[in-house]
Unconditional design. Sequence first.
Length: 454
Amino acid sequence: MPVKGQNPDQEFKFVMPFWLTLLAGMTLSFCYVQGSALDEDLTFVQGKALEGDKYYQGALALFYKYGEKGLPIDLGESERWAKLAAKEDGGVGMAVLASIELERNKVERGQFLYDEAYLHSNLRDLAKAKDPIALFCIGLMEIDNPPRNVEKGMRNLERAADQGLATAQATLGMIYFTGIGVPRDPKEAISWCSKAARARLPLGMFYLGMAYSSGDGIPRNNDFSNRWIRAAADKGLVMAQLTLGMKLSLGDGIERNLDHGVQWLRQAANAGSSEAALQLRRFENLLVKTPKRSSSIPDNEKQAVSRLAQNSTLPKSKNKTAQASPRVPMPRKITTPPSTDPVEMALELLAIDNNEAAARKMLKEIAGQGRSDALRELGLLHYKRQEFEKARENFLKAALDKDPQSIRYVGIMHFLGQGTEQDYAKAEEWLSQSLLLGDNESNRYLRIARQFNK
């Protein structure tokens, strides 16, 4: 308290040298950045990064990786800034670079960078100062990097999320949705994802959309679901682009539009999704077989469409020489050879005619003959409807013929406890088999399963 009669400002001037003494050993940038990368506007963060500040370079890398502060997801830019920060032993940059390497299945490199960030950078000091970005990186590290401490990692993620870091909020939502390392809690997941979605973070928007799609912890609403998933896809989230492409191609909760579905699958495939590349080939083949409406207006026609319509509907004058109206050719009939393979015929019923009942009936008949691809497609139909026990039954039958995709789904279902008990060891075993059979999409699931099976 100030001495009686003393001006409060005089007390402040007296105390300040004491605090400056405590801070004397810290760098100027550390004093300045406590929480500021999240609080400052994007222009300021970019400016500091361009000036060479390793903390802001790391923060900008994280913003680009997850789409914070309204940025589109751009892994190229994220990696660029992360490498610049890592060269100067910037802990946030190292941690972001580690997560990128792990997602590429470069496990040893990713774990090495996480260890370096934890042991030989300023990351722990930043986290002790309650910097939300550092807390997020430490939290993710605790969950991703052996020896894992999920409980401690969740605490750090929550501390970052409570300070308003949308990336941490969405990550918590994702973990509670999937039950990775914690009991599933849809209501808690929706709470966190809603906060992240309000901040326009792609991951939060995507999982909120998925919740609306499945009615998991929230009333089912396909319109809300499609809006949120589309918003995340527009921001560059690959899993949202893949999901939207599949929904449009199949007419799942949305009006079927095979052309637009293929476009979204192509974007996801170009961004590196092997699952999108696989589905793209499948639906591009169906798109070729879909008749397209040809133009009924000749290219050399000069009149506007409204005039053409008027000419064709108005009565002709009887006392004037009738002028020949422009001849409008009939649309060309496009003929494509019908599919001869029964599974392809069933998929055409589903994708082109949007007739799931007929497709399901046909697939059941073909599956009864032991066709593994029919069993897999039938399993996928059940999986989409969350009929997990029936889906697993079909996947297991297809797995006997070493169908890689079916084997992958068996692994995923063991990992998530869908239609069977949750078992990380069995998940790793099935996913490893799928990978050996050439299913590259199993890589990203296998990496996570191995971390939780250690």
